[in-house]
Design a protein around this ligand. Structure first.
Ligand SMILES: [Zn+2]
Length: 531
């Protein structure tokens, strides 16, 4: 049996149906280009005729070097001729060579949702596929609700997909539309279906409602299908679709199946995953398999030192294969090997006694409530300051913040913060005032005003996330606050800094100070490798 599995991305269609997702034409172009660069076999661009964005996208006459662009739609409407069905015609008349239509394959759905005669549904499938074939285009049939329909009425579900296959559909895609089927059932049912329709013409479209979409896709391939539909990062309505970012390396590195994606292109997966998140403006999932920041992170002295000796002790694949990297976490329990690994990433070479010195400082800081697990930028500032590699870019004389709740002129109750900062830069004194929706925001704004003429690149520094955690000190002298601030600059490079103090404003200021220092150090040293 043929070993090649074809990959079909439906991010631009099924992913688009996710609550809160609305791709623009240029978003769609960016995503399609990224998928084409990797070498996905099919890219489903959307549903022409369903909305103006998809119409514009398909009107662009896009040429892709690796992927086949596919248009999505549905079978002809009941009791109409396929040749005169406006929806089907719009679809067939788009400038793409491959058309994917969905139709019912569950008797329950035919009766309940469509309310039509079961033979008419079979005719709709047959005539729609034939119409596509008559126009010399490739036809793909998505058998909606196939698994549920098969469990209900096996004979009818098979009749539906046979109608499509016998009419010349290149692929019959078995859909677990409601996402409730489990891997064993998928395997068993597909095994039965491949006795009727060859696996080389069958595909799987799995939704993730039991968190099994990837497992279901693999089960279907193991049972004989040779086409998988899924999305980048598993984006999709409800709980999402099968995640191609996990499936691609799994197929390539862990099974004997073949795919059309070259090994060296697998390195682009981390980037593609990030591109989608940037378009959606959501943070990258840290725990995402293969591509998440934590996918190859090691915490704890024993794990970290074992990984130093031989990475395969705690890693299932080499992170570089998927464009990710190993990240050994600095922590209280971690020993020297963690530190060395982190220093190596920052290209810092130290003598043995310097290493001991830094290690002592980190332990001390950790006992005060600092945690450098994620605040790697603060860690870098700390080490470089110890080594005199970073100077003070400014000296704070004082800051003062006041908060006021009052009725404004329009009769609304508002709370506003005002901060005054007094700083020296190169022996020049600056005093500025900033207003903010909170004290941290006000200090940040006053500080930038004071520094911007000396350091213009601070203009593109943005604080994107602010997290506060109250630590209970063991000796009960009052709560300690730990603040984590995430920053980003115009190069879309993110970094995290930390501040610790019994005073929340003080802790926040310290984290802002580290963030500014980190940015200026890298900007002024023309070093683009930030983390
Ligand atoms: Zn779907």
């Amino acid at each position: 049996m043929e070993n090649k599995v074809y990959l079909f991305d439906t991010t631009l269609r099924d992913g688009q149906q996710t609550t809160g997702v609305n791709f623009s034409v240029s978003d769609k172009m960016t995503i399609a280009d990224a998928l084409n660069e990797i070498g996905i076999d099919y890219i489903e661009g959307g549903w022409p005729g369903a909305n103006p964005t998809d119409d514009q996208f398909f009107n662009k006459n896009i040429k892709l070097s690796n992927s086949t662009l596919t248009a999505f739609g549905m079978t002809r409407r009941p009791n109409k001729s396929a040749a005169n069905d406006p929806g089907l015609n719009t679809l067939i008349n788009t400038k793409v060579s491959s058309i994917c239509i969905f139709g019912k394959s569950s008797l329950f759905q035919v009766k309940e949702a469509l309310g039509i005669n079961q033979d008419e549904n079979l005719k709709m499938i047959r005539e729609s596929v034939l119409e596509i074939k008559n126009k010399n285009k490739e036809a793909i049939f998505d058998a909606e609700h196939f698994f549920d329909g098969y469990k209900l009425d096996k004979a009818y579900a098979i009749k539906c997909i046979k109608s499509a296959y016998d009419s010349g559909a290149r692929w019959i895609v078995l859909c677990d539309t409601n996402g409730g089927t489990l891997p064993e059932e998928i395997h068993k049912i597909v095994k039965e279906v491949v006795e009727i329709i060859p696996g080389k013409n069958l595909g799987i479209h799995a939704h993730n409602d039991t968190d099994n979409a990837v497992a279901n896709s693999l089960a279907a391939v193991n049972a004989g299908v040779r086409h998988i539909q899924g999305t980048i990062n598993g984006l999709g309505e409800r709980c999402g679709n099968a995640n191609l970012i996990s499936l691609i390396p799994t197929l390539l590195f862990k099974t004997s199946f073949d795919i059309n994606i070259k090994k060296e292109n697998i390195k682009l997966l981390t980037k593609v995953s990030k591109i989608l998140n940037e378009i959606l403006n959501i943070p990258q999932s840290k725990q995402a398999p293969y591509v998440g920041e934590y996918a190859f992170s090691h915490k704890g002295g024993v794990h970290a030192s074992a990984v130093e000796k031989n990475p395969t002790t705690y890693e299932h694949i080499n992170p570089e294969l998927v464009g990710n990297s190993r990240n050994v976490i600095i922590s209280d329990q971690a020993g020297k090997s963690n530190l060395l690994n982190q220093l190596r990433k920052m290209s810092i070479d130290l003598e043995e006694d310097q290493i001991k010195h830094i290690l002592r400082i980190i332990k001390q800081k950790e006992s005060e409530g600092f945690s450098y697990d994620t605040a790697l930028a603060s860690f870098e500032v700390l080490v470089r300051k110890e080594l005199n590699q970073i100077k003070d870019y400014y000296l704070l004389q004082r800051f003062k913040v006041t908060d006021e709740r009052r009725w404004n002129a329009r009769g609304q109750l508002i709370t506003e913060s005002e901060a005054t900062v007094d700083v020296f830069v190169d022996k020049e004194e600056r005093m500025t005032v900033g207003i903010g929706n909170g004290p941290v925001n006000a200090i940040d704004s006053a500080l930038r005003k004071a520094l911007i003429s000396f350091y213009p690149t601070l203009d593109n520094l943005k604080l994107t996330d602010y997290k506060v955690m109250i630590l209970s000190p063991e000796k009960g002298t009052g709560a300690i606050t730990r603040v984590l601030i995430e920053s980003v600059d115009s190069n879309k490079i993110h970094w995290t800094t930390i501040g610790v103090s019994p005073n929340i404003i003080d802790a926040s200021y310290n984290a802002i100070y580290d963030s500014i220092t980190y940015k200026l150090f890298h900007d002024l040293n023309h070093n683009s490798e930030k983390k």
